[in-house]
Design a protein around this ligand. Sequence first.
Ligand SMILES: *Cc1c(COP(=O)(O)O)cnc(C)c1O
Length: 461
Amino acid sequence: MRAHEAGALHGDLGYRGPAWLRTPEDVNALVPQLWPRTVSRTDAGSLQVGGVSVADLAAEHGTPAYLLDEADLRARCREFAAAFGDADVYYAGKSFLCKAVVRIIEEEGLFLDVCSGGELAVALKAGFPPEKIGFHGNNKSVSELSRALEAGVGRIIVDSFDEISRLSDLSEKLGKRAGVLLRVTVGVEAHTHEFIATAHEDQKFGFSLAGGAAFAAAVKILDEGILDLRGLHSHIGSQIFDTSGFEVAARRVLELQAQIRDARGVELEELDLGGGFGIAYTTQDDPSTAGDLAKRINKIVEGECELANLRKPRLSVEPGRAIVGPAVFTLYEVGTVKDVDGIRTYVSVDGGMSDNIRTALYDASYSATVAGRASTAEPMLARVVGKHCESGDIVVKDEFLPADVQPGDLLAVPGTGAYCRSMASNYNHVPRPPVVAVRDGASRVIVRRETEDDLLALDVG
Ligand SMILES: *Cc1c(COP(=O)(O)O)cnc(C)c1O
């Protein structure tokens, strides 16, 4: 084991106190905002989702498994589409992408963002209309850009001068005029409840606004006339609860828009403010509804357009986490319960950092509950860990579980729809779990469980 390395990598993973935890009074209670909407406890005490008990799902599909509440996912898509009305809602495919989810978001009226050739391939394979796809990325290859142009992708979000040249050359060669947005780095960094507006913009994405690169890039594209510049784009961060970051971003981007109009007489027609809307992982998180977000963002854009004396551009947003995150929970089976005397109790499950890297990577907080039964035992503060060879292999840092939690119990961790399966690895050659969609009393595998044969198939030496 590599305790020293994990410590160095992940910093202090020590006890942080239960300040953000739900109250321990009822370890069986389900805090509604943490769970997909069809989840409840049956009279017998087991969790059910989409009308199917987790015991039945575990028996049929095994553990660990990502369980997707399809009705909840569809409802979230519809809520965003309805709330944003005239604005286009691009689902950020990097949060979780598979063909079934592509079809769901299409049926529910969303657009789609991809940021690699692989994500584009999944979208096209599922028959998603290419004109409703946006293509992101700070280092798109010639072959990725060619495929996007050949497929007729609706817009490409350009991120560097190299890319402008590369895409211009390809457009001329293939005889396809690419619709592009310019990714602007506005010097706003949003992170959960806070944002900081900085003068300099030390990150790999986008064209710097403060440094003048963004203006120069827009003018270059307009003057060359090869690419079709539709608008500006800004994405300020992830898991954001405070819309004031969007306000500063919108103001800065629209000031640039006015500057471009004044310099070249062109008023760009589109504005994309990115994604990053926060969801609840613990009871401390209080996310906004899609309706609230839409209202606030529209008001911000209208206000800033008035200030800059601009027509309101067609708006788009790019939520990933807020659409798929809360619609999924991971079902594990407990393997060991270890009381480290005087320190804490470790509950080990049959997955870990290979199916949820966010705790180790971002120090993210999660919640958990014993899912297969209710318990009348006293609450006990526990840490849920995985089966990997890292002491930083933590799934849930602190949670109250019933003191009688034991090997064989099913354990559910909510809020794992985004950036868990999509970031999953094969560390320790642990095959990745399946994604199972549950709806109206029936379940279907939409991404099957990886097998050892799958792992060995790549091992051709
Ligand atoms: C990651 C990303 C998103 C989605 O972020 P969420 O936090 O999942 O909403 C949207 N736009 C861009 C450009 C991104 O990089």
